[in-house]
Design a protein. Structure first.
Length: 321
């Protein structure tokens, strides 16, 4: 099988490959002692995945994406007005348990800025526009998360949140891969060897996404299983959030009169949360809230399955006009 044919086969079967990776992750996590140590591999493999994703984005078009006021306005409205209302309503079911409540709020109030770009591209959405908006989304959530926590659970909880992990994650997972991808694109226009390497890296998107899913699930599934009783309270919240935001994302996109690619990007942004970035925030909480990190991880596991399904379903819900 040629490289082109192999890449085409993986793209046609990407959903099945992603689901297989998640199932393999569950198997490895439960069967292999010490699999939780794979947590240290999450950041490097995610950074590599984002680097390859950014390689496929034509950087010369990013400036135009930032001038798309209609898309950026819809993105802000969905993530920072609509989502907090939905999150407040859904989180009332765990208001009696502080660790569950803070974990749910941390993860659901922060829009994703990393692998959402990958999933958006796989579903035929405008990855370029989400990439251009990523710094704005990151800055907005850094500023607004303490305010939301203050409104939803009071000043004591808001004071527990340290913004340093946000800045670190932004530098390592966004700025560094972005700069490396831009450099490769510049060099590829001048050197054939770099073009060949770039082509090979772009063909690795689906395998890298599969590896990321496997590592995340394998490293976290054992810890989640140990607290399954408590975490079953939050899993339905995350599933309901995803379903509601698909509907509201499509609605906001129609109100804003976005094209199909922008509508898919907007909907993915509303559904996908910043779990891998806020996890360090949850880990830094006091020991009395030790369950909060697992609440965040549970959202990751639910979301990964939802994202894999949405890659196939969302193009049917938002067809090309």
């Amino acid at each position: 099988m040629t490289e082109t044919a192999r890449t085409s086969w993986m793209e046609r079967h990407q959903v099945a490959l992603f689901l297989a990776a998640i199932l393999c992750g569950v198997g490895v996590g439960l069967a292999v002692p010490g699999s939780d140590a794979l947590e240290y591999a999450i950041e490097p493999v995610l950074g590599l995945l984002l680097f390859v994703t950014f390689l496929s984005v034509p950087f010369r078009r990013i400036g135009g994406s930032l001038r798309d006021a209609r898309f950026l306005g819809a993105l802000g409205l969905l993530n920072f007005v609509v989502v907090p209302i939905v999150v407040f309503a859904l989180s009332r079911s765990v208001v009696d348990e502080s660790a569950l409540l803070i974990g749910v709020l941390l993860v659901l109030l922060t829009p994703c800025v990393d692998y959402v770009i990958v999933f958006t591209g796989l579903a035929g959405g405008s990855a370029t526009k989400l990439l251009a908006a990523a710094p704005l989304l990151m800055l907005a959530q850094i500023l607004l998360l303490p305010l939301y926590l203050l409104l939803f659970i009071g000043p004591d909880a808001a004071a527990l949140i340290d913004g340093a992990p946000f800045v670190r994650a932004f530098a390592i997972l966004i700025l560094l891969p972005l700069a490396a991808a831009a450099l490769v694109q510049v060099l590829a226009r001048r050197y054939s060897l770099v073009r060949t390497i770039e082509s090979g890296l772009l063909a690795a998107t689906v395998p890298l996404m599969s590896a990321t899913l496997l590592i995340v699930v394998a490293s976290q599934v054992r810890a989640v299983g140990a607290q399954l009783g408590a975490l079953t309270r939050v899993a339905p919240i995350y599933l309901a959030f995803a379903v509601i935001l698909v509907v509201l994302g499509i609605l906001v996109a129609r109100i804003a009169r976005l094209d199909a690619a922008s509508s898919r990007a907007l909907t993915f942004s509303g559904v996908t949360r910043n779990s891998l970035v806020v996890l360090p925030l949850a880990l830094a909480l006091p020991s009395a809230l030790a369950l909060a990190p697992l609440v965040v991880v549970t959202q990751t596991l639910v979301e990964l399955i939802v994202m894999v399904v949405l890659v196939r379903v969302l193009p049917r819900l938002i067809p090309q006009r």
